[in-house]
Design a protein. Sequence first.
Length: 175
Amino acid sequence: MATKKQKLGAFGEDHVVRNYACPSCERSRTLKKLPTNFKCADVICDFCGFLAQVKTAYRSNIDMVPSRIPGAAWNPQNDRMTVGIYFPLFLVLVDRNTSAARTYYLAPDLQVPEMFTATMPPSGPAKRAGGQRFYYDFSLVQDRFVALDSTHGDQASVGTAKHSRKTRHQWTRSR
């Protein structure tokens, strides 16, 4: 059975593939979810091969990119950064009170290595299968996010998200 965090992550991925066109080729309905635990990416465009990471978090204020959120396994991320590979990031924020969702996008060329902060390596019984983790420090790049505004107020129902129709989205610079 999926945990609350896993359901939230699945909601974010579903939300992105259902509501947004590929940022690279601009085709709609071509973003698809990758298998769970695929390293460093969550969605792929089945037309042009575009890959992106999706991070989803509950927040009381979805109109502002948070300064920090948990990432994932550090070693795969660090290996890619070492050779200059950065994946685009969709950040889906879900309001804890109203369940409204807001999505932001950060292009790979606007990311910096300093925004990825490794945690202390786990030790003893606290070791996880994924090993060392990292955090995204968005305080360094908050002004570089683009808000993806829908023409309707998306309501998030984590685990059972359904939207009655596909809508156009505008790309606007985040505040």
